[in-house]
Write a protein of this length. Structure first.
Length: 92
């Protein structure tokens, strides 16, 4: 689904996930890349909080469509990495 991002390095995804977990511990504390989005304890306000935290933390805007297409946390991390790379933002 996300093409060239299959090569996203593990340490980068772990760093991105760790940063989101620190910002949203109630929502993502137990999440891994393999965690299905449907298994996260998210209601509609939590999704908005996740999208806003992503923009604040990484200067990357995710849309609700990005969220809806993601099947796993790793899918979301890949979208964040793709958008950050395109915008010239470092993930670390």
């Amino acid at each position: 689904m996300f093409g060239f991002l299959n090569t996203l390095q593990t340490d980068n995804t772990e760093d991105v996930l760790g940063r989101l977990q620190r910002r949203l511990p109630r929502l993502l504390s137990d999440a891994t890349g393999d965690t299905r989005i449907d298994d996260l304890p998210l209601d509609s306000m939590d999704v908005v909080e996740l999208l806003c935290a992503t923009e604040d933390e990484f200067q990357v805007g995710l849309t609700i469509e990005d969220y809806m297409r993601a099947r796993t946390v790793l899918d979301l991390l890949r979208v964040i990495a793709k958008r950050a790379k395109k915008a010239g933002h470092a993930l670390r």
